[in-house]
Design a protein around this ligand. Structure first.
Ligand SMILES: Cc1ncc(COP(=O)(O)O)c(C=O)c1O
Ligand SMILES: [Zn+2]
Length: 421
């Protein structure tokens, strides 16, 4: 749909979408895309969607009116989880092997690992690169914890646009390789995503790059918001009681919340909202810390470390938006240790057949903790986001396994069978 204007989330200033924009020039606020949804109300109904393309572009009326750069992103499976998202561990320590009926499941895994480039970052980059091409931009730049870089590189390749990507030198091998193969210009940085972001900011003007960093342009949110539309559509337009979302920069959470407001304006849903839950790694949990302290913004997390690479974001640019959503939705924020994440990853794989990215597996840890604390009960419908595929993290997962292995290898298993795995 034609964009009415871009709106600053801090001061409410309106900016034109006729040319590329980054953030609010007055206060650096994140910009939201606004459409004339009132004119769509009653004309576009949920039933109009049936039979449309099985990608995020099925929601074309609520996305920018431009020729999409698409690789088939979105409309990922909403998998009922028969053992309740991974039943709590049994008292005897044995793995619970379900099975209750899939039909009666009220815990769902939204499997974003099936997106092009193996993560939900594809959605945001499909939208951002679509608009970059629409505006005639030729060079894009972004810092990345890994997957956003891979997605940017792929969509830029598909659009014939240059991509300049800065990522920590210890990102998963898959992220480095995909960027290389997609033809992006990659700089590996001895530091974190925050250091990468600074490099983009320092060089972009001189180099003529348009900055597509997380929340520093308005369209990645537009792509990610389609997850909110899909949650509603795939659950028959009844939102769940809870959504658990592995939060780094928080674009998915911010996007879904925007989608819910838009759907209400369209008359597709009522005013009820899910409790929005942030899960972060215990080794980098600035949002958890800020929420616990009752703050409206977060502090830079020192010494961020976790094998869930996408959660290694020491300070999110949109922290004020994330914390506002957690409060408004009466949600919460939970931290998961790398050990807990690894156990959850193996559990989901072994009982659900879902080989999740560590960030996604963290959602299961959060769900288990929130069930144990009574925050959610067994009847609550909860959607757990698996934001990526484990196939992009094989090196990280293997290294984490090594770290977690209780005994060092002995002479007896060198040169013979390496096992049990
Ligand atoms: C697999 C995965 N999950 C979650 C995240 C965090 O995403 P967001 O920045 O939208 O919070 C990332 C970010 O890199 C990621 O790659
Ligand atoms: Zn502003």
């Amino acid at each position: 749909m034609r964009i009415s204007y871009l709106e600053c989330t801090r001061c409410g200033e309106h900016l034109s979408a006729d040319r590329p924009q980054n953030v609010c020039p007055k206060d650096g606020g994140v910009l939201y895309v606004r459409y004339d949804l009132a004119s769509l109300k009653g004309k576009l109904r949920p039933e109009n969607l049936s039979g449309r393309v099985a990608s995020m572009w099925r929601y074309a009326e609520v996305l920018p009116d431009a020729d999409p750069v698409t690789l088939g992103e979105g409309f990922t499976p909403m998998l009922p989880s028969p053992c309740g998202g991974g039943a709590l561990p049994r008292q005897d320590g044995a793995e619970p092997r379900h099975h209750t009926s899939r039909e009666h499941a009220n815990v769902f895994i939204k499997d974003e690992g099936l997106n092009p480039t193996g993560s939900f970052k594809a959605r945001g980059m499909s939208a951002a690169v679509t608009m970059a091409r629409h505006y005639g931009l030729k060079k894009l730049a972004a810092p990345s914890a890994g997957n956003a870089g891979g997605a940017l590189a792929a969509y830029a390749a598909a659009a014939g646009i240059e991509a300049h990507i800065f990522m920590p030198k210890d990102v998963p091998v898959a992220n480095r390789m995909e960027c290389d193969y997609y033809g992006a210009h990659v700089t590996l940085v001895d530091g974190l995503i925050s250091d990468c972001g600074r490099m983009v900011a320092e060089r972009k003007d001189k180099e003529g790059w348009f900055d597509v960093s997380t929340l520093k342009e308005p369209f990645r949110v537009e792509g990610k918001k389609t997850m909110g539309y899909e949650v509603a559509e795939q659950l028959d337009w009844k939102l769940p009681q809870g959504i658990i979302y592995p939060t780094g920069g928080g674009v998915g959470m911010i996007g879904m919340w925007k989608a819910f407001d838009e759907m209400e304006e369209l008359g597709w849903i009522g005013s009820e909202r899910p409790k929005m839950i942030t899960v972060q790694a215990a080794g980098c949990a600035p949002i958890v810390r800020a929420l616990e302290a009752g703050k409206s913004t977060s502090e830079m997390w020192a010494g961020a470390a976790t094998f869930a690479a996408g959660l290694r974001v020491p300070k999110a640019y949109g922290d004020y938006l994330i914390l506002d959503i957690l409060n408004k939705s009466q949600g919460t924020a939970v931290a998961a240790t790398d050990e807990e994440i690894l156990a959850a990853l193996r559990h989901w794989a072994s009982v659900e057949g879902v080989f999740a990215a560590p960030e996604g597996a963290a959602s299961l840890v959060a769900y288990q903790k929130l069930r144990a604390s009574g925050f959610f009960n067994a009847e609550d419908k909860v959607v757990l986001f698996n934001t990526g595929s484990a196939y992009k993290y094989l090196d990280m997962i293997e290294a984490q396994e090594e770290e977690a292995r209780p005994e060092p290898p002995t002479a007896g298993n060198i040169g013979g069978i390496i096992g049990p795995y």
